[in-house]
Design a protein around this ligand. Sequence first.
Ligand SMILES: Cc1cc2nc3c(=O)[nH]c(=O)nc-3n(C[C@H](O)[C@H](O)[C@H](O)COP(=O)(O)OP(=O)(O)OC[C@H]3O[C@@H](n4cnc5c(N)ncnc54)[C@H](O)[C@@H]3O)c2cc1C
Ligand code: SF4
Ligand code: SF4
Length: 628
Amino acid sequence: MTDETAAPQADTGLPEGIERQRMDVDIACVGFGPAMGGFLHTLSQGLMDEDGTPAVESKAMPGMPPQVICYERADDIGFGVSGVVTKGRGLHASFPDLDLSQIPFATEVAHEEVLYLLDPIGASRKPLLLRLADKALRALGLAKDHAYALPYVPGFLRKEPGLLLSMGQFNQWAGAQIMGQGVAQIWPGTPVAEPILFDRVVAGVRLQDQGVDKQGAPEAGFMPGMDIRAALTVVGDGPVGAVGRALDEKLGLPVGNHAREWAVGMKMVVDLPEDCQLKEGTVLHTLGFPEPEIFGFLYVYPGNVASLGIFVPSWFDNPVRTGYRYLQHWMQHPALWKHLKGGRMRSWGAKSLQESGRKGEPHLAGDGYARIGEGSGTTNVLTGSGFDEAWTSGVLLGVSVLELLKADKPFTRENLEASYVRRRRDSWLDREAQAAEKARDGFQVGVVQGLMGMALTGFSGGKLFWPGASKKPHERIPSIEEFFRGRISPEEIDAIRRDCTAKGLPLSGALMDRAGWPAIQHDGQLLVSHQDALLMGGKVQAAPGYRDHVTFKSTQLCKTCDEKVCVEACSGQAISTNPEGGAPLFDREKCVHCGACIWNCSKPSPDGGEGANVRFSAGAGGLHSAEN
Ligand SMILES: Cc1cc2nc3c(=O)[nH]c(=O)nc-3n(C[C@H](O)[C@H](O)[C@H](O)COP(=O)(O)OP(=O)(O)OC[C@H]3O[C@@H](n4cnc5c(N)ncnc54)[C@H](O)[C@@H]3O)c2cc1C
Ligand code: SF4
Ligand code: SF4
């Protein structure tokens, strides 16, 4: 790559006399999740010869080993949000002698169950077929604690034999292994603003500016984000990463692909009560309650600790979907509450999942870059697994990069396709993703069709599915009046809306009360207010000196918006109604960086395309919990 092509792309906007610093490395990496763990571990293992000298020399710094730097936006490399059950095939291949006792909270899966949860309250919007199923289960005496345990776990869902991991703890452990090998550096607290792109060539990344006010205007101590130039940029920034999304926007997705399906996972890590009967290694998958679209999970770690939570998917069309309150109703389902009552929340968190799977696959590689992990479409939407798939995609890239480095071949699209993309296509990862590709299409039509579609795909190995065409995320969201039609009249909704606006309260709570959901009786330990969860569940920190990472593209659109899904569905209550009208307010001190506001907006982006009216940029800070 000539220096000319690598000239700074967008230095405009900097005050006169201030220059953007530049650093040259060999490989720049964005995001440290399991995908990057797989990549850096594989690279580190193969980059040193047996005598401890580097197998190849750095091109960026001749005479030195290759310079590999990974930038992670969170303040620590262990702030991932996800309890994980995984078959761990890729992980075991990378660590044949894996000793789980070295990773806090890790254990083997000992017992796995799928629970269909009946509605003990009568507020759930179960379709007629599921209501009839509930009645039949009760009449036949098959429901215990308002739940029916499936007689066996279908093979496509089963993870046993497998592993339970805390994502935060795993990332810390994996990061320590990688840093210990001395090949790669991982820099937390360093959000990457954007890729440096010339035509379709990625020449590195630009770090986020510091010392700016909330709008991004320079203040005292202004430090423009450095340009990191690299022969290869590895993008593993997960489901909502700014770099991956910028590439999707600028380079487009392969014809026919789209990343429209998503979910927000909301979860807790809980100290179980002392007399809890659940054994270490237990895995419970749930479906059916609090709303039929919402799936749940409960994993028992060593030490009487559980990781548990729900997934609220994009096809749950409620414009006032409040994950936090649904989580509390789910925990109090009798089949779960008998294990949880008397427990204590250790941490809490929320994070988006990209649920389009292989359909959401971007261009996996191009000149100067490669994509790995969830942002590259690795999550398997049939088996509900993403961890090992992300790790494996990183491993496959690691092997390919070693091959190219040792053969002294440049990181061109052609070379990366012949090595990385080919390996991916030949792997179990791609075979299984192909089989799963249409597994969830039925949810576009309805929840029963969705469940039947998953079963069809699962039992036929991907040959059968329930068809359903996807919509752009903002097109899915109905008005509040439409969603509650037949249950709450438009006049009553209007009165509730006016009352809530006057009191500065979100609508979701009042509408759930009105729809028959009982008020949550806080116990100060496990059932706490959303605001208390922000304080007790990990604490949000907003690093000073960064611009707001959540902004609204058109305030005019917000003015005309009745749903205000961004306010109602915000995982951290960080977006609130502006009493003066116009765009809602954003409070960085509450944002957990779940990324769900990208989709939680009912209005199309004024720029066109797939997106909505919310802009989600790279930011530092977020939720501090190394356990999630
Ligand atoms: C609640 C929940 C439960 C889950 N349960 C399971 C399960 O049981 N089994 C399973 O297999 N999978 C599960 N998953 C999915 C699994 O966690 C993901 O598939 C996996 O984490 C994807 O890994 P990744 O490395 O691709 O991305 P991520 O883990 O998302 O990592 C990406 C990293 O990039 C960082 N980043 C983003 N943007 C930037 C930027 N601009 N600059 C610098 N850094 C950036 C992020 O902070 C993050 O650390 C669950 C997910 C959730 C949310
Ligand atoms: S961001 Fe979207 S949902 Fe929120 S107020 Fe504006 S238009 Fe409405
Ligand atoms: S504002 Fe923050 S907490 Fe709220 S939805 Fe967006 S990313 Fe999540």
